[in-house]
Design a protein around this ligand. Structure first.
Ligand code: XMP
Ligand code: MG
Length: 180
């Protein structure tokens, strides 16, 4: 375990097992179709990679990078598109892949945007769900793990751009935050 991590919330083995299970489930749901899998950068990258390798179907991949105005650890709800899709979503079956849903404001912005762009269907899969953080009236269709209302890092999730490369989800030691 990395020396900055206080405890592991979801182990590497649990994540990998979940990716296998969800990937197979999604492959069945999209059988005979050609969905567009949309990874929300950067956090969803490891999850997207691990889940899609278990989907034995035709699919297309694209990426979107969005950020909330304001910074900090809470989203402000005002979302800025840093990188848009290269693919037209009109008439497509979309599978949005997220790392975590907290307030839900980012996801709610994306869903509204893709509805406006006339997607045929929109499904959301998130590795983590923090239901206590929710302010927007939205939920994911498929959730890997529920986590408590704590700031988590690892497996795509960062604190000041660090820890995305850890293979598990963990909580940082308090002194890492307080040394700012
Ligand atoms: P909202 O609040 O819009 O937030 O649902 C979604 C985005 O906020 C980030 N986020 C976190 N990042 N640890 C992180 O590293 C966390 O505990 C956490 N909670 C929210 C993340 O970028 C997510 O996509
Ligand atoms: Mg994110």
């Amino acid at each position: 375990m990395h020396s900055d991590i206080e405890r592991i919330l979801v182990s590497e083995e649990e994540i990998q097992e979940k990716c296998r299970e969800l990937g197979k489930q999604l492959a069945e749901e999209y059988e005979g179709r050609f969905p567009l899998a949309i990874g929300v950068l950067k956090g969803a990258l490891p999850f997207m990679s691990d889940i899609l390798r278990h989907m034995d179907t035709y699919l297309e991949m694209d990426f979107m990078d969005v950020s909330s105005y304001g910074g900090g650890t809470r989203s402000s709800g005002e979302v800025k598109i840093e990188k848009d899709l290269n693919t037209k979503v009109e008439g497509r079956d979309l599978l949005i892949i997220e790392d975590i849903i907290d307030s839900g404001l980012t996801l709610s912005y994306l869903v509204d945007l893709f509805k406006y762009r006339k997607a045929r269907s929109i499904k959301v899969v998130t590795l983590l769900d923090k239901p206590e953080g929710r302010t927007a009236d939205i939920k994911a269709d498929v959730v890997g793990f529920k986590v408590p209302n704590e700031f988590v890092v690892g497996y795509g999730l960062d604190y000041q751009e660090k820890y995305r490369n850890l293979p598990y989800i963990g909580v940082l030691k308090p002194h890492i935050y307080s040394e700012e």
